[in-house]
Write a protein that binds this ligand. Structure first.
Ligand code: ATP
Length: 427
């Protein structure tokens, strides 16, 4: 297909999404990554090409192009003009009306029911990964998705800390019921603008709180009893106690919202038609109104391959004199699970400023074990080490270390740290 790349619509940790149009005048979204970074996109292509549901973003093909001396992998998607659910919440002052929450929740649950019954777990349900089209909500961003049958195996675990279910935060498993927990968090996001764990101010503490306390996120007091009962069916610490998507579809909260769906659909259409989103390539006003500098900024993102070596990062970390200092950054975008060649796990997240936050687990022996810890930590902390450790480092666009946090937990015989909540530096 011959097509032209238009303005940037959005960007995430792995890809940039632009508007595209074909010679025949079709408008679509193009999700692109450079060829050496394209594994997530290729994976997403495989998944999306096997799915077809009104509640899942539509797949339209893929290709490879050469642009500005870069080879790009492009995934063509149905263009969804209304932005993300998170954008919608923001545009409504950080809170949606309960009837609207019910309407979008119903569509997300339909999407999850479709995915789960087809053997997929999304693994990163949140407002930023739900797109709002003319017919309402559609699930998007399948970069973390997994087959249900592979979930039990030792596959890397992914997701966004604030939306992680307890069993995910502990690194145990990530199944359909983990998506249902994230759905509960997304409802809270719709009701109060995204603050699921308001009193925790860094992702590692969030994961500890979720994984190892007996707490639940606070249910927004603005919600009705019925909506709170629905939340209660999603946010149960024991994954076996959570309702399935199919059961949730029959919950009175969704049944009631469904009966109002016609008027909501009309409202969405009206708000989308008054937005400046193009429906065809002839809508030149939109094209010229978009800030082209957006797409230039993409080049400022730090990709893992561009970052300096682990040793260098460790050296920088060891130079830190201050203790951990974190501000919760609500704009952190996503986290990705990935396995490096030596079996370590890493997760990258990119915040709104384009800085990379890197979580990971590392097999210490493969990096010199004890020596690494000595390099990494000051003596005071070193004396407390008995095994696993936990931390997060954040790198700026220039790869300089911005913030770090390292903690330790109980003794293990080996220094193998199999999963995220435990560490952080990555070779
Ligand atoms: N089909 C689409 N139609 C319109 N806009 C889209 C579409 N897909 C994505 N976008 C926009 O691009 C942004 C980034 O897309 P997406 O989340 O799929 O990328 P990503 O790199 O996988 O992100 P993440 O880092 O969250 O995993 C979205 O937040 C949204 O604003």
């Amino acid at each position: 297909m011959d097509w032209i790349r238009g303005p940037t619509l959005g960007r995430g940790s792995t890809a940039t999404v632009s508007l595209g149009n074909s010679i025949s005048g079709d408008v679509f979204a193009v999700k692109s990554a450079e060829l050496d970074q394209f594994q997530f996109l290729q994976r997403e292509q495989k998944i999306l090409s096997s799915l077809s549901s009104p509640y899942v973003v539509g797949y339209k093909g893929c290709d490879i192009t050469r642009e500005n001396n870069k080879v790009m992998y492009n995934l063509f998607l149905e263009y969804i003009p209304g932005g993300t659910l998170a954008d919608k919440v923001k545009a409504h002052g950080g809170r949606l009306e309960e009837s609207v929450i019910g309407y979008y929740t119903g569509q997300i649950v339909q999407g999850l029911d479709y995915l789960h019954s087809n053997g997929w777990v999304h693994c990163d349900i949140k407002g930023r990964n739900v797109l709002i089209g003319e017919t309402g909500a559609k699930l998007a961003d399948f970069g973390c998705a997994k087959r249900v049958d592979a979930v039990e195996a030792a596959t890397p675990i992914g997701g966004t800390p604030m939306f992680m279910a307890p069993e995910v935060a502990r690194g145990e498993e990530q199944g359909c019921s983990s998506d249902i927990w994230a759905l509960g968090c997304t409802i809270i996001e719709m009701a109060n603008g995204g603050v699921v764990w308001p009193d925790v101010n860094d992702p590692v503490s969030v994961m500890y709180r979720i994984g190892f306390s007996d707490q639940l996120p606070e249910f927004p007091c603005c919600l009705s009893e019925q909506a709170r009962d629905f939340l209660d069916k999603c946010l149960r610490r024991d994954p076996k106690q959570r309702w399935t998507a199919n059961q949730l579809l029959k919950h009175p909260f969704l049944v009631k919202s469904n009966s109002n769906s016609h008027s909501h659909a009309k409202q969405i259409q009206e708000s989308n038609s008054s937005s400046n989103s193009p429906t065809s390539i002839l809508d030149q006003g939109f094209w010229s109104s978009l800030d082209e500098s957006e797409s230039e900024n993409v080049d400022n993102l730090v990709h893992p391959s561009e970052e300096s070596s682990a040793k260098e990062r460790i050296r920088r970390l060891s130079l830190l004199s201050e203790g951990p200092s974190w501000d919760w950054d609500e704009n952190w975008i996503p986290v990705r699970g990935n396995c490096s060649e030596d079996g370590d796990t890493m997760m990258d997240s990119v915040d709104a400023a384009g800085d990379v936050i890197r979580y990971g687990s590392v097999y210490l022996e493969s990096h010199g074990g004890e020596q690494l810890l000595d390099d990494l930590l000051d003596t005071n902390i070193r004396s407390r080490i008995s095994g696993d450790f936990l931390g997060v480092c954040k790198y700026g666009k220039d790869s300089s270390l911005i913030r770090s946090n390292v903690e330790f937990n109980k003794h293990k015989d080996t220094l193998l740290i199999p999963y995220i909540p435990r560490l952080i530096l990555q070779a």
